[in-house]
Ligand binder design. Structure first.
Ligand code: ARG
Length: 403
């Protein structure tokens, strides 16, 4: 039987050329797998048809939007996942989603090799390949751009020679990856880190400095998951989509940063993630109201570790799995409403309410109705400071003996 290769297919120049390139170099049949993780843009049917025109033996479309939202974006929300305190892991979340289905497709089609279009300089190759090695160690991996000398210039020549139905002249100056959780923009003029981003890079967000009326939105959470927007029930996917459009219209969620990649280099990245940033802002505030103090403090360390593991391509690792259990348990009481005002690039919390609230008005108030017994504070402070006081007393004693 002819060897088969399952290719993660985006419909763009690189993976379109990769179909014929892989077939020529290996003699294998290429099966194109196109995953819909909410990236929008071109119709998936058009993409699947293009794969066949480019020489794929078969092409498969997978609608992974709900799975991506439920099983990848929601855990990231529980973790308030922001790599380097800013980047909501957009691409890092989609890779394990796609990996799972590539492995499934490889088994279904009897393929011995899985292929992707990543270069050898980024994080995504690591995420694909560590995921594949963990879920299906028997599969080989081939990355034509990295492993078979398929440079951009050669890809364009190849596409023109074979008359592939793909735009080769109007090359986008940027490398873009997008899904429902956000959009990342790299390369081009951004490689000079002094250059400002330009307005036409953005597609999920409007200019935050453009005048416009603020938009007030109430998000209802149950156990950490958004379940309604302005009182209307939503699925996680719908919550992200609706907030992408409402927060996006207000320019919320634009980021410009220099990022530490796993492979060791620093890179300039521009992101836009309006829905993710609005949801994380609201979710963090609801946790402030509903999580007990020590749980909240410890959770912040777990969040950071979880985020780094996912960024570093270790979605399927034992530590990440164990931290998932902690995170999901921590969400038990994270239910209630958060009101946000979306405006001028900001998602600002203006109100919160919850039947699970630990905020107690009668404990907090300085007005009548105060039930907090202030006389207890003196004794508390006495004991709280005791170890420091004893140590200072010892230091003074020792210093007196020496002199
Ligand atoms: N630097 C980001 C990350 O590693 C974004 C990668 C985007 N990928 C791309 N092919 N443009 O998660």
């Amino acid at each position: 039987m002819t060897e088969r290769i399952v290719l993660a297919y985006s419909g763009g120049l690189d993976t379109s050329v990769a179909i014929g390139w892989l077939a020529e170099q290996t003699g294998a049949e290429v099966i194109a797998v196109a995953a819909d993780v909410g990236q929008g843009g071109e119709d998936m049917e058009v993409i699947a048809a293009r794969a066949l025109t480019c020489g794929a033996t078969d092409s498969v479309i997978l609608d992974l939007k709900d799975e991506f939202a439920n099983d990848y974006c929601m855990p990231a929300l529980a973790a308030n996942a922001l790599y380097m305190d800013r980047y909501p892991l957009v691409s890092a979340l989609s890779r394990p989603t796609i990996v799972r289905h590539l492995v499934e497709a490889a088994r279904q089609f009897g393929a011995g090799t899985v292929s992707h279009g990543c270069t050898g300089k980024g994080n995504d190759q690591v995420r694909f390949e560590v995921g594949i090695a963990t879920l299906a160690p028997e599969l080989n991996v081939l990355a034509p751009v990295r492993d078979c000398g398929m440079t951009r210039d050669k890809a364009i020549v190849f596409a023109q020679e074979k008359a592939l139905p793909i735009e080769t002249t109007k090359k986008s100056p940027y490398s873009i990856d997008q899904n429902v959780w956000g959009r990342s923009i790299e390369t081009g003029l951004l490689e000079d880190i002094w250059n400002s981003p330009v307005e036409d890079m953005y597609s999920y967000t409007a200019n935050p400095s453009a005048p416009g009326k603020p938009d007030e939105v109430t998000i209802t959470f149950t156990a950490g998951v958004p379940v309604a927007i302005d009182g209307v029930a939503v699925t996680p996917l719908q919550a992200i989509q609706q907030l992408n459009s409402r927060a996006g219209a207000q320019g919320v969620g634009r980021l410009d940063m220099v990022e530490d990649r796993l492979i060791g280099i620093k890179s300039r990245e521009v992101y836009e993630a309006p829905g993710a940033i609005a949801l994380i802002s609201a979710h963090q505030e609801l946790e402030n109201v509903t999580l007990e103090r020590d749980l909240a403090r410890f959770k912040r360390q777990v969040e950071q570790r979880w985020t780094e593991l996912v960024y570093d391509g270790l979605w399927f690792s034992p530590l990440k799995n164990a931290l998932d259990t902690f995170l999901s348990h921590s969400q038990e009481h994270v239910s209630g409403d958060v009101r946000l005002v979306l405006h001028a690039g900001q998602a600002r919390v203006t109100g919160r309410r919850s039947v699970e609230s630990l905020y107690d008005f009668s404990m907090a108030t300085y007005d009548t109705g105060d039930v907090f017994d202030q006389s207890l504070a003196r004794g508390f402070i006495e004991l709280w400071g005791l170890p420091s006081k004893m140590a200072a007393r010892r230091d003074a004693r020792v210093a007196a003996q020496i002199s």
